[in-house]
Write a protein that binds this ligand. Structure first.
Ligand SMILES: [Zn+2]
Length: 223
């Protein structure tokens, strides 16, 4: 159903020493974007490889924005892979705002902040789709890396289904739960209630928004 081999000119790899440890950085072109897989330890021909398929989020991943949990999930996934001693993080470009792009994503933030719309309604109000992300490039690179089966770090059952649809065997879904903060609690609730992500830590927001003195902090963010 799709070509999973890359042409030589569309892939390059080298060692990448990071603050966390050494990875094999596999850069590849697919579907008009340049993506990267970070491979740690031995994963080739292995089963049950710990994998994160991470959608690009400039505001969260690079700038540490607290209105989503992307940056913290990226950190937690890389930490988990290093702790395990092996694994793959696939970083997918072109996935800003679940596929609408950076400018439109920031436009949805305006509607969230000024009108109190959630992450879905702010997109549809602008005439934009809620989620157009394509996981084909992730499946292609996992095939390229000869990973036999994966334990997928994700709270999103749809992502498991999407990878399986592209021929990746997912033997487990590993939750990647980030404690809510006042700026992302509404966003996480919308993901839980409307996008059906499995977010048990959000079910008890009163615990996560109580500060050290035991005083309840009212969530102020709109996600
Ligand atoms: Zn984000």
């Amino acid at each position: 159903m799709y070509e999973h081999a890359f042409r030589d000119e569309d892939v390059a790899e080298s060692d990448l020493v990071t603050r966390r440890g050494t990875f094999r950085a596999v850069a590849f072109r697919a579907d008009g974007h340049e993506h990267m897989a970070l491979v740690h330890g031995r994963t080739r021909m292995r089963e049950h490889v710990l994998v994160r398929v991470h959608s690009e989020c400039m505001t969260g991943d690079i700038f540490g924005a607290m209105r989503c949990e992307c940056g913290e999930q990226l950190d937690a996934a890389l930490d988990a892979i290093v702790r395990e001693g092996s694994g793959v993080l696939v970083y997918l470009r072109g996935h800003e705002g679940r596929g609408i792009g950076l400018v439109e994503k920031v436009r949805t933030h305006v509607l969230q902040d000024e009108k109190g719309l959630d992450t879905l309604d702010s997109a549809t109000t602008l005439g934009l789709p809620v989620d157009t992300r394509d996981y084909t490039p992730a499946a292609r690179v996992l095939h390229h890396l000869r990973v036999q089966s994966v334990r997928l770090m994700s709270n999103n059952p749809d992502k498991v289904a999407a990878l399986e649809h592209h021929g990746i065997r997912v033997t487990a879904r590993v939750p990647l739960l980030i404690p809510p903060n006042p700026h992302n609690i509404a966003y996480l609730r919308a993901k839980r209630d409307r996008l059906h992500h499995d977010l048990p830590q959000v079910a008890a927001p009163e615990q996560s928004t109580v500060d050290r003195r035991g005083v309840g902090v009212r969530p102020t963010g709109s996600g």
